[in-house]
Design a protein around this ligand. Structure first.
Ligand SMILES: [Zn+2]
Length: 444
């Protein structure tokens, strides 16, 4: 036997005894799939398409480049020899031939993972090969190749399950976004629901949590005292306690100063707190008092009565301001809608919060407690204006459901119910006869 030049190609069709053929050590196929149909076809028609094999080695053995399934089926069909084309190829050529062979659906397809691994190896074998040039060599789009390379970032446990067909490429792509967090991937793989939506939510929640803890680390590094999550209940927000900007700045040096990192519209925000508001009250004995007082304009002996009076003056001023605003062309749309929704979310009753949190499949505290539902709902609503609108609508729906029922006297003409049923119908809901009756009631 002679060894051929690396790049020489010969195309002589020869019959080679099955016993002289070896599987390629890097065959991209992890499994051969069902061979029954192929065995049957080979028994009646023989091997129609020749195998591609490497030139024989010094023992007269040929390594198969393409045709592993055909060889396995021919062996089962008890053939002595199979038709082969002998071709000298390097490993990259071999891989490309394997990928091309598996490109169309006639043969049992290689799995996503096998295909992805083959692309990755091809990129290491062919120096300077870009995704673009690789895609054109194997006759695929760039996004097709890239989407397969992306999943290789997954840990082997996830790749094994993808290989077994436990989930789709879309799910794998979503999972790959958490590839740097094997614990999260494990957790997702073990969960009952493994869909893109659930994964994206988990990845987003993790990103938010990371942002928050990064921010907390910054705040601690800057020398601030960080308030524990439940610490914000007893502390008071600084901007509510101290109205002067200069006082708020000075407060940072006080022992009662602390900060908390909270979720805001555009990501985590640092909120300043005072952990001991009494220190700023004029009524507190001088030796326990901070030099910064809570109400600088009325620093001396402010009584509760005076404060109440100031509060009601301020309230009247706010109402007057809003009345003027409405009279002079109305309120700015986006901010107004946002505040209205926020108020709705903030004031929702806990039982309804639980109903809405379940509708949104939000993770609440393990015992399904109502406090957990309220917090989860607020977090979800704060993530975007769109989510806030969804939460608001679901709260309204939960409220309307409380109104529905034969024992409600207002049932027949409840405007909330009418609006609710109309909304559902607009979304494609098929109303019952009773619901339709309500919708058909003329309104004034
Ligand atoms: Zn303070």
């Amino acid at each position: 036997m002679t060894t051929t030049d690396t790049n020489a190609t010969t195309s002589d069709l020869v019959e080679i005894p099955i016993g002289q053929l070896d599987a390629h050590p890097h065959n991209i196929r992890r499994s051969l799939g069902s061979l029954d149909d192929l065995v049957r076809s080979i028994r009646t028609l023989g091997v129609l398409e020749p195998l591609i094999v490497m030139p024989a080695d010094h023992n007269g053995r040929h390594v198969i480049v393409a045709g592993h399934r055909r060889l396995a089926a021919a062996t089962k069909a008890d053939l002595a020899t199979v038709p082969c084309v002998v071709r000298s190829m390097n490993e990259a050529d071999v891989l490309e031939a394997m990928l091309a062979e598996n490109g169309d659906g006639i043969r049992a397809r290689i799995t996503l993972v096998e295909e992805a691994e083959a692309y990755a190896r091809l990129m290491t074998l062919r120096d300077g090969l870009t995704v673009k040039s690789l895609a054109s060599r194997v006759g695929r789009s760039q996004s097709y190749v890239r989407s397969r390379l992306v999943v290789l970032a997954l840990p082997s446990k996830a790749l094994d399950r993808l290989h077994r067909g436990d989930f789709t490429l879309d799910v794998a792509t979503a999972l790959a976004k958490a590839a740097d967090d094997p614990a999260l991937i494990d957790q997702l793989l073990d969960s009952d629901r493994l869909d893109e939506w659930t994964i994206e939510r988990a990845v987003k929640a993790r990103a938010t949590e990371r942002q928050r803890s990064d921010r907390e680390a910054d705040v601690v590094a800057a020398g601030h005292r960080l308030l524990a999550t439940d610490g914000t209940k007893t502390a008071q927000r600084l901007d509510a306690l101290l109205t002067e900007r200069a006082d708020r700045r000075r407060h940072a040096k006080e022992p009662c100063h602390a900060v908390a990192v909270q979720s805001g519209w555009g990501g985590p925000v640092v909120v300043e707190y005072c952990t001991d508001p009494r220190r700023h009250r004029a009524s507190t004995p001088a030796e326990q008092r901070s030099p910064i007082t809570a109400t600088p304009t009325r620093a001396t002996d402010t009584t509760d009565d005076e404060r109440r009076k100031a509060d009601s003056t301020a309230k009247a001023a706010r109402r007057q301001f809003l009345a003027d605003k409405v009279a002079n062309g109305g309120l700015a749309q986006a901010a107004t809608a946002r505040f209205a929704f926020q108020a709705l979310v903030a004031t929702v009753n806990q039982q309804r919060a639980t109903v809405v949190a379940r509708t949104l499949r939000l993770n609440t505290t393990s015992d399904g407690g109502t406090t957990g539902a309220g917090a989860a709902l607020a977090d979800h609503a704060m993530a975007s204006a769109r989510q806030l609108a969804t939460v608001a609508a679901l709260i309204a729906a939960a409220e309307a459901d409380e109104h529905a029922g034969p024992y409600r006297p207002s049932y027949s003409d409840d405007p909330l119910l009418v609006a609710y049923y109309r909304w559902l119908t607009d979304l494609g809901y098929q109303p019952t006869d009773q619901e339709r009756q309500l919708l058909d009631t003329p309104t004034d």
